[in-house]
Design a protein around this ligand. Structure first.
Ligand SMILES: O=C(O)c1c[nH]c2c(Br)cccc2c1=O
Length: 457
């Protein structure tokens, strides 16, 4: 149904980018017209499924199986996770009930790393699709949160030994294969083969992947924030066009940023996100930085109430070491999509014009604001150390036939080439009274949407 040129123009427009938000229960359904639920993605209307692979952090395996149409529930399913010890054992046990389900454990050889990557590889009888999302494979991630989903076009099978390697201008296929081969897992070989056998020349997004490791030499720019820097150096806006344009980061968790902004945030990280095309990819001088992260009251007054905060794991122990960060904070506001009360689990990054009417690029990814996800330069910047598996996609205007920039879609369901940014621009700064949501302290002063307080154990 997502591919048919139905009467609903919103669907068509959204087909343009393949970027959707997940359906939210409890809001006016007008805001869900071109949103997708996991059942829509796995539905028979998307293709006659033969096999699938589900990469994620959190799985409720029985719930996941239920999201497939009944006729697909016994097709081979590979689950790729990074869990260890008890949780790994839980997954193994749960999978025993399904003879078609195989598990693949990603190697986690660097401390504090996690397998955040959320991706579906869907093999049909007439091609395959790649889906990259921010939602875990559990009910509540697809219920009342703001989550992002990129759904690829249908990639047709290549004829035997067809000349073209079936890649796109964005090297989508090559980068996806490079990402998968970095797992070094025999269990993924069959899916690497499936990808090799499909024509992905219609992919217009760039892959932004992260894999654990100390990446140097050629590999230094293959992952993390240096991959984004490399793409922007080669294909980004020119320095003169985006001088002074703010960088916007929006995320649902925050790692330790080090002692001050010059340690990482406003150094290598902001340098990568503010990279423009030009002589050696000059960074535009100190782009203003706007960070969107839910306030305590955003969470308290949300559809889920305080329990939304269970998926926004910002710890007071980390927060108190980096009060400097809170100067950059902006509230979660998404009136444009009717999702101001659907707490963000989506993670997005963009470069915005000063009047917030245009964006130079947009990324949706599993990566939160952390060194673990984006990488930190080490050994005199000779290597990029990444702890976690992450994946996201980057949209550049010229890959979608736009002149220089994307116009920001500021009213829902606009039938045009405007980019559907999932929240209100310009972002709204925290008030003096606003505090960032912290998940590991009690809130007993004011009740939430459901009349409850928050008493984490
Ligand atoms: O990859 C993800 O999506 C997530 C990773 N870590 C989490 C923790 Br720790 C606590 C609560 C939620 C999440 C989460 O959603």
């Amino acid at each position: 149904k997502l591919d048919q040129k139905g009467s609903d123009h919103c669907l068509k427009m959204n087909d343009r980018f393949g970027f959707y938000l997940t359906k939210v229960a409890g809001i006016d359904n007008a805001h869900n017209l071109h949103a997708v639920h996991i059942k829509d993605i796995l539905s028979t209307s998307m293709g006659n499924l033969q096999a699938s692979a589900q990469f994620n952090y959190m799985f409720d395996i029985p719930w996941l199986i239920q999201q497939y149409p009944v006729e697909f529930r016994s097709k081979p399913l590979l689950i790729v996770h990074g869990m260890q010890r008890e949780t790994k054992a839980e997954y193994d046990m749960a999978a025993m009930n399904y003879s078609n389900v195989k598990l693949c454990q990603a190697k986690m050889e660097i401390m504090y790393g996690t397998h955040h990557t959320k991706m579906m590889l869907l093999l049909y009888d007439n091609g395959m699709r790649v889906v990259i999302t921010t939602a875990n494979n559990i009910h509540q991630d697809w219920y009342q949160k703001t989550q992002g989903v990129w759904i690829s076009p249908l990639f047709p099978k290549l004829d035997k030994g067809e000349a073209s390697a079936g890649d796109s201008d964005t090297h989508f296929k090559k980068d996806l294969l490079e990402y998968l081969s970095a797992y070094k897992l025999n269990g993924l070989k069959e899916w690497q083969e499936h990808i090799k056998q499909h024509n992905m020349s219609s992919a217009k997004v760039f892959i932004l992947g992260s894999v654990p490791g100390r990446h140097l030499g050629e590999k230094k720019t293959a992952f993390g924030h240096l991959k984004l820097r490399k793409i922007l150096q080669e294909h980004g806006p020119s320095v003169s066009e985006v001088k002074g344009w703010p960088v916007v980061g929006q995320f649902s968790s925050i790692g330790s940023m080090g002692p001050n902004k010059d340690n990482w945030l406003c150094a290598e990280w902001r340098e990568s996100l503010s990279t423009a095309k030009g002589l050696g990819g000059l960074r535009t001088a100190d782009a203003p930085l706007k960070l969107i992260f839910p306030t305590k009251d955003n969470i308290r007054l949300s559809l889920e109430g305080y329990p939304a905060g269970a998926s926004v794991p910002y710890s007071i122990h980390t927060a108190k070491k980096q009060q400097f960060l809170h100067e950059y904070f902006h509230q979660w506001r998404a009136e444009v999509q009717g999702r101001s009360r659907a707490m963000p689990h989506i993670k997005t990054y963009l470069r915005m014009s000063p009047d917030s009417k245009k964006i130079a690029w947009f990324a949706v990814t599993s990566s939160n604001l952390s060194k673990a996800a984006w990488g930190a330069l080490e050994k005199k910047q000779s290597q990029l150390m990444i702890r976690s598996y992450e994946i996201g996609v980057l949209f550049l205007p010229q890959m979608f036939g736009a002149e220089k920039f994307f116009e920001v879609q500021d009213k829902e369901c606009q039938n045009s080439g405007e980019f559907p940014v999932p929240y209100d621009l310009p972002p709204t700064p925290y008030t003096k009274q606003d505090r960032p949501w912290l998940w590991d302290i009690p809130y007993k002063d004011l009740p939430d949407t459901h009349g409850n307080m928050w008493c984490p154990s």
